[in-house]
Write a protein that binds this ligand. Structure first.
Ligand SMILES: [Zn+2]
Length: 101
């Protein structure tokens, strides 16, 4: 998984194509990520208590990690990620500007 929680990414496909958001959750087992504010689905929430109204809430659904591209915090461009060095000094590097990200 080349993307981690807190990364800024851009959607490269789907209805939110071109939009950016922050990774709030990574699901390595399914190769999916949850991006804040993107790929939202409406969910009807039932009232939890009496007297409370049911409401519609928007929940971000996980998207395949191949549908997003990391935005490099240095060059601010959507980029691919490379790895340099070996564990434990392995670092993630932006393929465009070569900065460690
Ligand atoms: Zn960069």
């Amino acid at each position: 998984m080349r993307i981690k929680k807190g990364d800024l990414v851009q959607m490269i496909t789907g209805k939110d194509k071109g939009k950016q958001g922050k990774i709030v959750r990574v699901i390595p087992k399914e190769n999916k990520v949850v991006v804040e504010g993107l790929n939202l689905v409406k969910k009807h929430q039932r009232p939890r208590r009496e007297g409370q109204k049911g409401q519609i809430v928007l929940i971000p659904r996980p998207v395949d990690v191949s549908n997003v591209m990391l935005i490099c915090p240095h060059c601010k461009k959507p980029t691919r990620v490379a790895y340099q060095g070996k564990k434990p000094n392995k670092v993630r590097v932006c393929k465009k500007c070569k900065s460690v990200i």
